[in-house]
Design a protein around this ligand. Structure first.
Ligand code: MG
Length: 453
């Protein structure tokens, strides 16, 4: 019997009431409860309109399977992952991260704080599809209690994991754009505790993400950029809807992708003496290899998705990992992506010298990048990518989607999104003209095949 795949790149994503109703959620709670061995499961949720109802339905399923539920209420995703690691047998986070407001999702978290592995996702899918639930009788159903210290424990852990004294001495000014997401509950307090002057934008929780949407990108963060310039701040940061991704802006107002901030933090940690391997995905810039090579530190690449990065970090006993979309993973805290931990590490990096962030960025090798996306039906994406792969004579890497290695310093990656009906195209080159050329070539290949559907 084949089981329908429910988990995407980061958990299960869906539009509540359209794709799945509450019966699905309760049965998923039963499936997750059946899967977990331990008894105490913490449940948290993001600021979406549908999150409180979904978290209660998941909790009902978990209790029906005999688990005791601890309710964390509304929290940033990384804070739930941290508390799961320190105190519980498992966790469930209700969030659709940066997706539009109508979406929601379910993330299942192991006792080490990391999302369950791909093979464990398959076990949960099998329990669900075969309705092979553990169901307890009325006297054996689980209890429900709450934990109100999740966010303070998280704030304390982030502060404890950086050199707070040296950050305080530097008296940095930061603009924080929480994007109406849950990092509003923690990041400004962390920055204040680290002695920063803090200016906030979109810092009220709003399930419509009415400020600038839930996804931080150079395009959506133009107001952040403007605010950094006007306030003469040292740094700006924008978070996604559930607070696990951070995109930064330097003091000149330039917003840059996570592979640059990730590489800067990686170099800073190496200079502090951390020489463990660095883990990133096949979609990030090659600048990390150029930097790591200088210090004889190894770089490992995984499929796209922070779950793969987290698991590889555990396997390699790695301290640091990152993603181009602003994921920053620091294992002494918890080996999952964390917007506030990434911010604290960037503040520590700035405090380690008198140099500005733009000066630090200009020290990185120069590469040009382009990112675009194409709307495409979910079922047609793989065949389009396979057709492109078979039509090429260049060297290709099919770890995840299709990576085309055009030359030593130029590549393109065409891959289906794990969460949306789109195909993404990333390209990188050390030469702007060559970048334009390979981006145009790939766009034409994808567009022609979509038009033929
Ligand atoms: Mg997120």
């Amino acid at each position: 019997m084949t089981t329908d795949k429910l988990f995407g790149t980061n958990g299960i994503r869906f539009i509540p009431g359209q794709e799945y109703g509450l019966d699905f959620i309760v049965n998923m709670g039963l499936s997750i409860g059946t899967f977990f061995k331990g008894n105490n499961i913490i449940v948290g949720f993001d600021g979406r309109h549908s999150s409180p109802s979904i978290s209660r339905a998941i909790s009902a399923g978990l209790m029906e399977s005999g688990k005791n539920v601890i309710s964390a209420n509304m929290v940033p995703t990384p804070s739930l992952q941290l508390i799961t690691k320190t105190s519980y047998d498992g966790g469930v986070m209700i969030t659709a991260s940066h997706n539009p407001s109508e979406y929601n999702g379910i993330k299942v978290i192991s006792s080490n704080g990391i999302e369950v592995s791909r093979s464990d996702e398959k076990i949960i899918e099998d329990v669900y599809s075969q309705k092979n639930f553990t169901k307890k009788t009325w006297e054996n159903v689980g209890s429900i209690n709450s934990n109100s210290t999740v966010i303070t424990d998280y704030i304390n852990s982030v502060i404890h994991n950086v050199d707070s004294l040296s950050i305080k001495k530097r008296k940095l000014k930061i603009v924080i754009d929480s994007g109406n997401g849950t990092q509003a509950l923690s990041a400004p307090f962390i920055a204040e505790s680290l002695g920063c002057e803090v200016i906030t934008l979109n810092n009220h929780i709003d399930g419509n993400f009415s400020g600038r949407g839930g996804e931080p990108t150079p395009k959506t963060l133009s107001f952040l950029s403007q605010s950094v310039i006007e306030n003469e701040a040292d740094i700006g940061v924008g978070y996604d809807g559930d607070g696990d991704r951070s995109i930064f802006c330097d003091e000149t107002g330039t917003v840059f992708w996570g592979d640059k901030s990730g590489t800067l933090v990686a170099e800073h940690l190496i200079q502090k003496g951390i020489k463990s391997p660095i883990v990133t995905t096949i979609a990030t810039s090659q600048i990390i290899e150029k930097i790591a090579l200088k210090y004889d530190v190894k770089v490992y690449r995984t499929k796209v998705g922070s779950v793969d990065v987290s698991h590889k970090m555990m396997e390699l006993d790695s301290t640091f990992g990152f993603e181009e979309n602003g994921g920053c993973l620091y294992s002494p805290h918890v080996a999952v992506r964390d917007g506030a931990m990434g911010t604290a590490l960037m503040l520590e990096l700035l405090a380690s010298s008198e140099e500005s962030l733009s000066t630090r960025l200009s020290s990185l090798p120069k590469f040009y990048q382009s990112k675009t996306k194409f709307v495409c039906p979910v079922d047609s994406r793989q065949s389009i990518i396979s057709k492109i792969a078979s039509s090429l004579t260049e060297t290709i890497d099919q770890t995840d989607g299709l990576k085309i290695l055009w030359s030593e310093n130029s590549w393109s990656l065409i891959r289906p999104s794990g969460t949306e009906p789109i195909i993404r195209l990333f390209s990188e080159s050390d030469n702007q003209n060559h970048l334009d050329q390979i981006t145009e070539t790939c766009s034409k290949l994808v567009n022609d095949l979509i038009n033929d559907l």
